[in-house]
Ligand binder design. Sequence first.
Ligand SMILES: [Mg+2]
Length: 343
Amino acid sequence: MSLNTTFERVALPLDHPFTISRETTKTAENVVVRIDDGEHTGIGAAAPSQYYGETPDTVEAVLPDLLSIVEQADDPLNRNAIEREIAARVGDNPAAKAAISIALCDLVGKRLDLPLYRLFGFDPDRTITSSFTVGLDATDVMAEKARTAVADGYSVLKTKLGTDRDEEIVAAVRDAAPEARIRVDANEAWTPREAVEMSEMLADHDIEFLEQPLPATNPEGLRFVHERSAVPIALDESCVTLTDVPRVADRADIIVIKLMKCAGPLEAIKMINAARAHGLDVMLGCMVETNAAIAAACHLTPLVDYADLDGSLLLADDPYDGIPMPGGVIDLSTVERPGTGAE
Ligand SMILES: [Mg+2]
């Protein structure tokens, strides 16, 4: 039985421009991949990140070659063999590879009529609450967004930092959401000494953890901060693929895994296991991306400690429905649709 594949670029305008320390996004461009066996269609998507060397153009350029491997595969259930061949064909390009890996997982789930978490055997009673992200903006606007998110039912917030008024932002957001669990992400904006100083302020405001205070290119600085920080340290930009896990293990408490960094669900599971072996906690995150991709990550949440899977919530309109997360709560026990559940 042969598989047919197609892909298309989709423009996803955001509800509001989304700003972090190094960039502002107004429209995200994802590339949706479909793999069809004549009876079922598996759907996945790439949310390429320029930071990790990918754009919609690079994804579209590499997909025909990678999808030809899928089309020549005789058994879509043998995902390990297909992914091994894809990995051998080209290096890097993790979002393009993730789109294929997600679509294959979705196809297999649909063929076997099982949601992905059931296929993997994960415990649906381990529910988790995703954070809602407050991007950088004027301080009062950020406080208002936090207030609105709490009114909408979100109990966990993630606040972006990396400005010259970070202290003011943290105080304003904490004031606007006194009961919320709040974590912050500096996206590499600080120096080691700044990060240690800021960590005291974050602890005073009962901030849960600090994500990527320094550039990933400063591993020694990250060790310095980790040894002295008053709050736990999560590393995102510093921890991209499986081989990064042992490298960051002595300078982080939490690693941030994203399907678009590591090339898909199967690789993400390996990273989670590696993190556990090193005594690390795990957060599953995402890019600004469609549910066609995020839905797959939702099925892995029983394995992790924290989730930051609100990428689709930032979109003005997502053409795909995914796993419902009212107030950020991801409860897989209510999910019956086979595959990833994106449609
Ligand atoms: Mg981050």
